[in-house]
Write a protein that binds this ligand. Structure first.
Ligand code: AMP
Length: 575
């Protein structure tokens, strides 16, 4: 093992093991997240064999959090945040308080002091951003009302945690039972004022300066025409703002990145920016789960079964009940209350930061830390299951809420937002409305052929809607999309996107729905043609081949014209 390259070995072993375990658990229809966590356990200090550098893993995980929160910001506007404040604010406060009280109660039963109990409870109170977002994205809930409430709730928790982290050192004396610490209230009030002041200064700075400078930079770079530079600009902005926010304003990385994204969401380049961050974001999110897995000592399950069960009970049941009750109290339906409860029934990165700080301030015992870590990893593992149970529950209770759509090849009932199924029939379904798709669509519309377009670029979608074309928004390879396009009743499917790998997935899904559907796909090489045909394409058009044919036809017709032309014509010719 190369001990002198800890960063490389952590990244490489982390990604390779995550891939292996992710693929293995996927085979048995378990979320790949569990595989990533297992990969972490394997490369952690509590299992034999290779041990990766925990500090490096944690830092890599932070980059994942930054990119994820940046992505959330990109899809989230101030208006959205403001619109959910009535529920998100009290919801988060009540849930944090409930978890803290329950944690304190368990601490009391375990013989800990009040301060240690409160610290333990606080560590159980905040959900993990990464886990929540992954759960929401997988189920296409981010853009729904429930999704907005959950994200708003998370942001409030995030701000509360920023405050807690700053205040803890000041409050440590008090929590440790030093009554004298209470005497000087100014010593307590100051850090609160300063922290709130810094958060406010950051927000004002972003709204006044960031709002003008960031979109300007991106527009400028977009006009240079360099894709590479644009990508770099997006990363520089997301990481730079997060880092700057943390260093200059003591705001968490996550909050800083969220704001950077939110500022950008007002610019029309936002979708492009979001797409640029996707691949790196996914890779770092995987490393986040690996780094969590590394903290887990499986021995705790045998050593402390009852306290662990009680900890899990607080995270899974206690917090869920508190969230459920408050959402229902605010008059939202069961489905909203259950989604929010399930998405928050886990703990993650904030808990790790809190326990580390708690131990250093003497406010957390090693036993408490181990229980929190074990609670985190098990609750993250169980989170997909929790959603599934919720899906079942919703299906039983409110059959309409799950829409009755069962994605092909997917046995697990997951509570996705249902997509309405198109009423069109004998229509053409066109996937992708770019250089190729737009030409096709124009001709089809001129010929009065009924048309449905699936596109994931919001700018294009808006335009098409204005022109009266039926559009389904999103990635055509995602579950339910083709069902919603009613491909079963269509006269044909045209897959006009440049990525043949994704094209193959779309073709396979459509073929599973209809064995006789004519499917025409787009390719750029012989391999891609074979790939698309293998997945069921009726015919595949290779762009480069058509260009070659057109060139040959052009030169042949030019030559024919040349020979037919009288001498002395003014056509340019090679003298
Ligand atoms: P072009 O390569 O110019 O023909 O553009 C391809 C178009 O397809 C772009 O407008 C993309 O937004 C769109 N596109 C690419 N992949 C997908 C997908 N998986 N689902 C829906 N639209 C897509």
């Amino acid at each position: 093992m190369h001990h002198n390259t800890p960063l490389i070995s952590t990244v490489v072993v982390g990604l390779v093991l995550a891939f292996v375990f992710g693929a293995l658990v996927q085979r048995v229809r378990v979320s790949p997240l569990v595989g990533y966590l297992l990969a972490g356990v394997v490369m952690g200090p509590f299992t034999p064999g290779f041990v990766a550098d925990q500090n490096i893993a944690n830092e890599l995980a932070e980059i994942g959090i930054i990119l994820l929160m940046f992505g959330v910001g990109l899809h989230f506007s101030l208006k959205d945040l403001w619109s959910v404040r009535a529920i998100a604010l009290p919801g988060a406060v009540v849930q944090i308080s409930a978890a803290t009280v329950m944690g304190w109660g368990l601490g009391w039963a375990l013989g800990w002091s009040t301060g240690k109990g409160i610290m333990f409870g606080l560590a159980l109170s905040t959900a993990s951003t990464v886990v929540l977002l992954r759960a929401m994205q997988e189920r296409r809930l981010i853009e729904t009302e429930r999704g907005r409430i959950a994200v708003g709730w998370l942001i409030v928790e995030d701000i509360a945690m920023v405050l807690t982290l700053v205040l803890l050192p000041a409050l440590a004396g008090l929590l440790n039972g030093d009554a004298g610490a209470m005497a000087d209230w100014r010593a307590l009030a100051w850090p609160i004022v300063i922290t709130l002041g810094k958060v406010a200064a950051f927000v004002v700075f972003m709204l006044v300066v960031g709002r003008r400078v960031i979109p300007w930079i991106l527009h400028y770079v977009a006009h240079t025409g360099s894709r590479e530079l644009f990508r770099l600009a997006v990363f520089a902005i997301s990481l730079g703002v997060a880092f700057g926010a943390a260093t200059l304003f003591d705001v968490s990385f996550a909050l800083g990145a969220f704001f950077a994204g939110m500022i950008l969401s007002e610019s029309e380049l936002s979708q492009r920016a979001a797409n640029e961050t996707l691949p790196l974001r996914d890779a770092f999110a995987v490393l986040f789960f690996v780094s969590v897995g590394m903290l887990f000592d499986p021995a705790i399950i045998v050593k402390e079964p009852l306290p662990l069960l009680a900890t899990l009970f607080i995270i899974l049941v206690g917090k869920s009940l508190a969230a459920f009750a408050i959402v229902r109290l605010f008059g939202h339906p069961n489905s909203t209350a259950l989604t929010i409860s399930a998405s928050l029934a886990q703990i993650g990165e904030f808990s790790f930061i809190l326990v580390t700080l708690g131990v250093s301030l003497g406010l957390m015992t090693d036993r408490g830390r181990d229980l929190v870590l074990a609670g985190a990893i098990i609750s993250i593992m169980l989170n997909p299951l929790w959603f599934e149970l919720l899906g079942r529950f919703l299906k039983d209770k409110e059959p309409a809420a799950s829409g009755g759509i069962k994605p092909a090849g997917e046995a697990r009932p997951v509570p996705r937002e249902p997509l309405p199924i198109s009423a069109l029939s004998n229509h053409v379904v066109l996937v992708g409305h770019g250089r190729v798709g737009s030409v096709v669509s124009r001709a089809l519309r001129d010929a009065q052929t009924p048309l449905l377009v699936i596109e994931d670029n919001p700018g294009t979608i808006e335009r098409l809607k204005q022109e009266g074309v039926e559009v389904i928004t999103g990635n055509a390879a995602a579950p339910d999309m083709l069902q919603a396009a009613n491909v079963g009743a269509a006269r044909g499917l045209l897959v006009a996107i440049p990525d043949a790998f994704e094209g193959g997935q779309i073709v396979a899904k459509a073929r599973a729905i209809s064995p006789s559907l004519p499917i025409i796909a787009r390719a750029h090489s012989e391999e891609e043609i074979a790939h698309l045909k293998f997945h069921g394409a009726t015919s595949v058009i290779m762009g480069e081949m058509e260009i070659a044919r057109a060139m040959l036809a052009q030169i042949a017709s030019d030559a024919a014209a040349d020979t037919a032309e009288p001498v002395g014509s003014n056509r340019p010719s090679a003298a």
